[in-house]
Write a protein that binds this ligand. Structure first.
Ligand code: HEM
Length: 480
């Protein structure tokens, strides 16, 4: 030992520092058991594999990146995405486990740019108690009582307005029409804005610029989509703020208040002005982009499945016929409940089209799952699309087959806990029932009144947000 001490005394300081760090490294390695991370690779420094992961691909597929990684590493692999070490899961069990352990083992964790644009009080980025109270307001607003008595008649009114503007034999973008319809519906439910009015149209155009920023690279430089979107965000918030002031005047003058989300948020909560603004903006976003895409996808899939259109038409003609006999002119909840095949079509559209392909989470503790370690702080991406298109879980997963949802279990329900188009756990989509209602009511009038044809080959792409590059051009022909 004295020999070693003497040797150390005569070593140059730089070598001593090197020894010191080597010692620390070995000590740490020995004291901490080796992690058993899922297989995978890091990719490029900083960028990791983000660009390959985000490479656009047809929405009805999982894309080359996902395919290659699953083949090579299995359904759970590690990567480096969005600047963080990440576990990607195409495994139905792990996806469920992640969503069911929200707040305990995992937490919602969207990239910072999303918070920058949707706002720090947006439901998509909030966690904990604040998220819960915003969620309660949204759920109450879309309660089943309100769905029956207020939202259903409004959806039908707006569906009829939308489709009555369609001209026969003139091509138009089904995707744009779907977006206009769902935007107008949300603007009405959130702030009592009427479709077609100048103020609503101005807001809708502003919103299109805003959306381009949500899905673009977060570069806040003059002229970039992101910076334009930040400007649009301020303009949209100004409109909402003006509405808020109007409501306060209304209240002071003791006039009757509108029964919309803004009225609710002002009355029922102790939220600050900023919180209400972000809540309204994030609901406009969550409730508009997703259901419009689901509607466009339904029109797309049905366009190449005449057998399903025929069965849908029969279902809706029976409902319409019964109403005629009873002398009723508007749809009610009982009619909606009879739209069983329509629900199969909606499920199948969401399974195959995957409007929300994955969600962002991070581990807030060290987690052990299926023999793998997921270290605290790592990002976790449950990829629903990969489960929905998994041939081990769905027979011929790339086929549009709404009849697969008719096979019922012994409990009489088409149960399938691998199907998660609306997420799950304590962050399950707050508007899932509204979305189903919108789609079913729209389908009712669409199939009864029109036949339609897709007039150019177009295909839904995952960018990863889903979009039809050509806007899904269609022509309609009235059924006489
Ligand atoms: C087919 C249409 C829709 C699909 C596929 C869909 C999908 C989803 C998914 C996957 C999530 C979970 C996000 C996460 O866990 O990070 C979510 C959350 C949410 N969705 Fe939807 N959604 C749809 C329609 C709607 C509509 C019409 C509304 C109405 C405003 C809405 C409001 C919300 C809200 C407020 C949340 C956040 C819930 C929370 O964090 O507690 N969604 N949606």
């Amino acid at each position: 030992m004295p020999i070693l001490q003497n040797l150390l005394l005569f070593l140059p300081p730089s070598l001593l520092t090197l020894f010191f760090y080597l010692y620390l490294f070995l000590w740490k390695k020995r004291s901490k058991p080796t992690l058993h991370l899922p297989p995978g690779r890091q990719g490029l420094p900083f960028l990791g594999e983000t660009f390959s992961y985000l490479k656009p691909h047809p929405a009805t597929t999982i894309g080359q990146f996902m395919q290659d990684h699953i083949t090579r590493y299995g359904k759970i692999y590690r990567s480096n995405l969005f600047g963080d070490p990440t576990i990607v899961s195409a495994d139905a069990g792990l996806n469920r486990f992640i969503l069911q352990n929200e707040g305990r083992l995992f937490e919602c964790s969207y990239p910072k740019s999303i918070g920058g644009i949707l706002g720090k009080w947006s439901m998509l980025v909030l966690v904990g108690e604040m998220h819960q109270s915003m969620r309660m307001i949204s759920l109450n607003f879309m309660s089943s009582a309100r769905l029956r008595s207020i939202l259903l008649p409004e959806i039908e009114r707006q569906t009829l307005m939308a489709i009555s503007s369609w001209k026969q034999d003139v091509a138009f973008s089904a995707q744009d029409e779907a977006k206009k319809f769902t935007f107008n519906l949300m603007a009405k439910n959130i702030m009592s804005m009427e479709p077609g009015e100048m103020e609503t149209e101005k807001l809708r155009k502003e919103y299109i610029t805003f959306m381009k920023g949500v899905v673009s690279a977060p570069l806040n430089l003059p002229g970039t989509p992101y910076s334009k979107a930040l400007k649009s965000r301020s303009n949209i918030l100004r409109v909402i703020e003006k509405k808020m002031e109007g409501r306060r005047h209304q209240r002071n003058e003791e006039k009757e208040e509108e029964d919309d989300l803004l009225g609710w948020a002002l009355k029922q909560s102790s939220l600050s002005k900023e919180q209400i603004l972000d809540l309204l903006l994030s609901l406009l976003f969550a409730g508009h982009e997703t259901s419009s895409m689901a509607l466009a996808l339904t029109i797309f899939f049905l366009g190449s499945c005449p057998k399903a259109v025929q069965q849908l038409r029969e279902e809706h003609l029976i409902i319409a016929g019964k109403k005629l006999e009873k002398g009723e002119s508007v749809l009610n909840w009982e009619d909606y409940k009879q739209m069983e095949f329509s629900q199969c079509v909606i499920n199948e559209t969401l399974r195959l089209g995957n409007v929300v392909r994955f969600v962002h989470r991070k581990a807030i503790q060290d987690v052990h799952y299926g023999g793998y370690d997921i270290p605290c702080g790592w990002k976790v991406l449950p990829v629903f699309a990969a489960v929905h298109l998994d041939s081990e879980l769905y027979n011929e997963p790339h086929q549009f087959n709404p009849w697969r949802w008719q096979q019922k279990s012994s409990s009489g329900m088409a149960v399938n806990n691998n199907f998660m188009p609306y997420g799950g756990g304590s962050r399950l989509c707050a508007g899932s029932e509204l979305a189903k209602l919108e789609l079913a009511v729209f389908l009712h009038h669409l199939v009864i009144k029109f036949r339609w044809e897709l007039i150019q080959s177009d295909c839904a792409y995952a960018f990863p947000f889903v979009d039809f590059p050509k806007g899904l051009p269609i022509k309609v022909h009235a059924i006489t």
